[in-house]
Design a protein around this ligand. Structure first.
Ligand SMILES: [Zn+2]
Length: 1063
């Protein structure tokens, strides 16, 4: 195994340092023994920063929560508790988030009368505190079922006024609260680990330096299943030990409680040193192991995944994002490995018997969830940015040697430069390592300075990777690099605002990719089909939820990292950027980052900063007021623009909550329309056959409004939501739909590419939900024969494939496929297949053309154009005959899939063999997924079973394989049955890590569409007792919608198709 040089000179640490329990600062000599290297130390620099850090944290907490806490000593409980509970119940309005634990610390003395006296004092303090508390960022929602609902009057109230800052219930057991008590705040951690890679265990010694905010006898830290071997608490910088009455783990809240014999004093500093040992986990969370095979030799590595709440599985800490601190990490391991962490190595100490300790520089202030380390024997390539940041990509040696990491390394360098320029804030650390690991619960994790990626999302082999694969890798990298600012430098205060960091990083996937490839036009175009249209499908369900979700406890947190958070977050941010203007928005972001760097911020901090930025250029829009409607209410509106027949230029514009299932509105009062109103930045264009006559923007705040629009006459059409920058759908009266369709049929380019794609998506979804007759979308796509751009084809392909799933069991299915083929054939005949893969490069010059061609071929082969089938078969046969693959990378997946579905079983075996021998991760992925296209159920069952074989199929790929089997009519029932049979395997295998993304559940259920299938789904959910799982709730709603669609609209659709094809 190759141990790679670390670059730069490595010296032994010989700087002033503090021993955790020492009585004064000590000069620390170079250390060589295990024992001395594992002492609790703190760099002197940190102490100088410490006061500032503590003040900064206090500031932040003052804004977001109150620190006072009422703790009743056990011996005074008898009198104090009942009364105080009663008092708390009568006056407390529970805040919507737990950021505001309102507690007051008072020791209640014995006796009823004195309790009353104490109560009065507490009340006075609470009232005084409430004045300060008014600054907190709050919202005024109340929950009804899944939906957050506003009554008109309540809406203007902010969370401050709803969350009366009176003290909450007395906490006689501070560890029993869902959130950590606020009595202590950490400002520095010294963490010394010894990792035993032979038996996958580790020992740890953590020293937490903390500031006491309020007197307390309890130190409550997060610790999840960590066997603690010893605890010491001292007054910082002294040898004065505090007596420990006892310490214990409280697993319900994943905390370690240290009970002291006397109180910590407010404003004093203390240290807690804890020794423990644990396993390097098998499940992909906390500090876990993984392995890979090169030349028949298995190598191991261990890596961390702490987000959102898994740092506590590896060391005791205050594992909430607001508790930022500095970290100094040292890792002892066998010499044959190397260790990585957020910061560069400060010193390597050679220990006895082939062991070394790597000490890392202290980090800046940061939260626990993006702390990271890894122990591996990877090699790397490196580059340096203009501003001197060293960027390295670490991966298994064979991948580095092949150059599979070069692409990601190069774009990372450019992206760091882009973001430094865009945000006007330098990257904060001296280095950034990207680590490509074979097994990971997520695509990637943005650990500051050490971002971790699963191999399939970062390694790319030039010459065999398609454009979609290249885009995938690019966007994952762009996303994680964005987080180095949004997330790492400025961190959400609490998890209810996780969408803010994720929404930003997701939005910047498009902005950053545009920087790398200006021709791709990602933000203006691809965003629509890949993000906006996709999330509106999900957010149009009654089982959706507000993007800003209440998170009370650890177990709620995974739930908020869902597609709504990422995709709707990005769509809302895009809407703000567009109505503010991109440049003004950028200036606002720069100011926001500057103000909150190395600290935490909530959504209101951002909205206020953006409002301020607008004010500076003389515009008055209260962004917070506007955005609260979009973030605290679930779903989105459909805006209906109706033309007034009597007065030509007057419009009636109304808004209502778009929902696929109308019946919900009448059944559930939470969905009554009056509760759902948005402030909508509606852009409107008027045009005629040759050009656009006018464009204007109107804010729609009421349920119904009337507006006059210039240049509107009988022959001109209206178009709303220009370039689809708004997060809503638009519907029109039927006459206007017809005018728009005429426009598309005669001269489509008068309408922007974004709006052509938008009209397709809106029309199909409005029809699916019953807002529009079924024939309108089908008439609309007749213009596709004239469409030369990729984006509208992409939108059409998405909605058609969706519709296809609903109708492919209909006995008249062929008239549907015939109709689609009529629209696709002209484009297919024009474009055909790309030339052979001679000198093919991954970055094609004509991305739009290649993507368009790809989309049209997919539709042509799927809906059965014979020439398309013949071409796919001939490409595959030629490869099999010559053993030389000349199929262009961009269409390989289509050729493999179509070939396997049409040819004999030998092809399946050939592709399976190629899958096993291929080394390029992108190629492996499409070979495996192509196997799912077979029509042979024996082979499909074989594939499903193989997908669970970890030696053959990586764990994270299993889900994709099953979803692919479920995509095709022959595999659906098999995949659904397999999923049910293996439910327990999936549950134990992926646990909390992968199930949250719900991809699998959706993949194996969203085609179910009969009453019997719905019943079967419900019974399965009941049997496995997974009723509360959001993915299952969603699955039921989607299947119910499918069943309802069949009942209400299928006949109407086929009637129209019959008429259309016979005319
Ligand atoms: Zn992210």
């Amino acid at each position: 195994m190759l141990k790679v040089g670390r670059g730069g000179s490595v010296t032994l640490l010989a700087r002033s340092a503090l021993k955790c329990s020492g009585s004064r600062r000590q000069q620390r000599a170079p250390v060589k023994t295990e024992r001395s290297s594992r002492r609790c130390q703190q760099p002197v620099g940190n102490l100088l920063l410490e006061a500032v850090n503590v003040m900064a944290l206090e500031d932040k907490r003052d804004k977001s929560m109150s620190f006072t806490q009422m703790v009743i000593e056990e011996d005074s409980m008898r009198n104090g508790r009942g009364l105080s509970d009663q008092w708390a119940d009568s006056v407390m309005v529970r805040p919507r988030t737990t950021e505001r634990h309102i507690t007051v610390h008072r020791r209640l003395v014995l006796g009823f009368a004195i309790s009353i006296l104490g109560l009065i004092i507490v009340t006075i303090i609470a009232v005084l505190l409430s004045v300060k508390f008014e600054e907190c960022s709050n919202d005024g929602s109340t929950k009804v079922g899944n939906a957050t609902v506003y009554s008109g009057a309540k809406f203007n109230q902010t969370r401050e006024s709803l969350s009366n800052p009176n003290p909450s219930k007395i906490a006689e057991k501070p560890w029993a609260q869902l959130r950590l008590p606020t009595s202590i705040k950490p400002y520095h951690y010294d963490l010394n680990l010894t990792a035993f890679m032979d038996n996958f265990t580790f020992t740890g010694e953590i020293c937490i330096w903390m500031h006491c905010v309020n007197p307390t006898k309890y130190i409550v830290l997060h610790a999840d299943k960590l066997p603690v071997e010893g605890v010491e608490v001292t007054v910082a910088n002294t040898s004065e030990h505090l007596g420990i009455r006892k310490y214990f783990l409280y697993p319900q809240n994943q905390v370690l409680v240290i009970m002291l014999t006397r109180e910590l004093k407010a404003q004093k500093h203390y240290t807690a040193t804890i020794k423990y040992s644990a396993k390097i986990a098998d499940e992909l969370l906390g500090f876990f192991r993984s392995s890979y095979v090169t030349n028949a030799e298995r190598s191991y590595l261990a890596v961390t995944q702490f987000s959102p709440t898994h740092a506590r599985k590896t060391f005791p800490c205050l594992d909430e994002p607001v508790y930022k601190a500095t970290f100094k990490i040292a890792i002892k391991h066998q010499e044959s490995y190397l260790a990585l962490s957020n910061m560069p190595v400060d010193a390597i100490i050679h220990e006895e018997d082939g062991w070394i300790t790597e000490q890392f520089s202290p980090t800046p202030r940061m939260s626990t969830y993006y702390l990271a380390w890894a122990i591996c024997n990877f090699t790397y390539k490196e580059t340096v940015t203009k501003s001197g940041i060293t960027v390295r990509l670490y991966a298994r040696p064979d991948a580095i040697q092949r150059g599979s990491g070069d692409y990601a390394l190069n774009i990372t360098k450019r992206l760091l430069e882009f973001y430094e320029d865009y945000f006007n804030v330098s990257y904060s650390l001296p280095k950034l390592d990207l680590l490509a690991v074979p097994k990971y619960p997520y695509a990637a994790m943005e650990n500051w300075g050490l971002s971790v990626f699963v191999e399939q999302r970062i390694l790319l082999d030039p010459g065999v990777s398609s454009i979609p694969y290249l885009l995938d890798v690019t966007m994952v990298v762009v996303h994680e690099i964005c987080h180095q600012w949004f997330g790492d430098l400025v961190t959400p205060i609490w998890w209810e605002d996780v969408w803010l960091k994720e929404g930003f990083a997701h939005y910047f996937e498009y902005v950053g990719t545009d920087y790398l490839y200006p021709d791709f036009n990602m933000e203006k175009q691809r965003f629509l089909t890949d993000d906006l249209h996709e999330v509106m499908l999900l957010d149009g369900l009654a089982s959706s939820h507000p993007i800003s979700q209440e998170v009370l406890q650890a177990t709620d947190i995974d739930r908020v990292f869902d597609r709504i958070a990422y995709k709707k977050g990005a769509a809302l941010i895009r809407m703000v950027a567009n109505f503010m203007g991109q440049h003004v928005f950028q200036v606002g972001l720069q100011d926001f980052l500057m103000e909150h760097m190395f600290s935490n911020a909530g959504r209101n901090d951002l909205w206020n900063k953006l409002t301020e930025t607008l004010q500076k250029i003389g515009k008055t829009i209260n962004i917070r007021e506007v955005m609260d409607r979009w973030t605290l209410q679930m779903g989105y509106p459909v805006v209906t623009i109706g033309r007034n027949e009597s007065s030509g230029d007057t419009l009636t514009i109304s808004q209502e909550h778009f929902i696929y299932d109308h019946t919900v509105k009448s059944v559930n009062p939470a969905f009554s329309n009056n509760s759902y109103l948005w402030e909508i930045p509606l852009t409107v264009a008027v045009g005629n056959l040759s050009h656009i006559l006018s464009e204007t923007m109107i804010w729609i705040n009421n349920k119904t409004e009337h507006h006059r629009i210039h240049f509107l006459d009988n022959s001109s059409w209206l178009l709303g939501n220009l370039n689809q920058t708004g997060y809503f759908r638009v519907n029109y009266d039927l006459r206007n739909w017809k005018l728009l369709i005429d426009q598309l049929m005669t001269n489509p380019e008068v309408i922007s590419v974004g709006n052509r794609a938008g009209l397709i998506d809106d029309a199909f979804n409005l029809a699916r939900a019953g807002y529009l007759p079924q024939n309108i979308p089908l008439e609309l796509i007749q213009y596709l024969s004239k469409e030369k751009e990729f984006l509208p084809w992409h939108a059409a392909s998405n909605v058609l494939l969706h519709l296809d799933k609903l109708v492919d069991r209909n006995k008249e299915y062929n008239i549907f496929s015939q109709y689609v083929l009529q629209q696709v054939a002209p484009a297919y005949n024009l474009l055909g297949w790309p030339e052979d893969a001679v000198n093919s490069t991954v970055v094609q010059a004509s991305y739009q053309t290649e993507e368009l061609r790809r989309k049209v071929i997919i539709l042509a082969c799927k809906f059965g154009i014979a020439l398309c089938h013949e071409k796919a078969v001939s490409l595959l046969s030629e490869w099999m005959a010559s053993d030389h693959n000349r199929i262009p990378p961009n269409v390989r997946d289509i050729a493999y899939c179509t070939g396997i579905s049409l040819m004999d079983d030998n092809v399946w075996d050939f592709i399976w063999t190629k899958y096993q021998s291929s080394t390029a991760v992108s190629e492996k992925k499409i070979l495996l997924e192509a196997l799912a296209c077979s029509k042979n159920t024996v082979l499909l069952n074989r594939l499903l079973n193989l997908s669970l074989n970890s030696q053959m199929v990586p764990d994270q790929t299993t889900i994709d394989v099953i979803i692919h089997v479920a995509k095709y009519p022959n595999g659906r029932d098999l995949a659904w049955k397999f999923f049910q049979d293996k439910w327990n395997v999936f549950k134990s295998r992926y646990g909390e890590a992968l199930f949250m993304n719900s991809k699998l559940i959706k993949g194996v259920t969203d085609f179910l569409s009969t009453e019997a299938e719905l019943k079967e789904l419900k019974e399965f959910i009941k049997n496995v007792r997974a009723g509360a799982d959001a993915s299952f709730t969603q699955a039921i709603e989607i299947v119910e919608a499918n069943v309802r669609w069949h009942g209400l609209f299928e006949d109407e659709l086929f009637q129209w198709l019959r008429k259309s094809l016979s005319s």
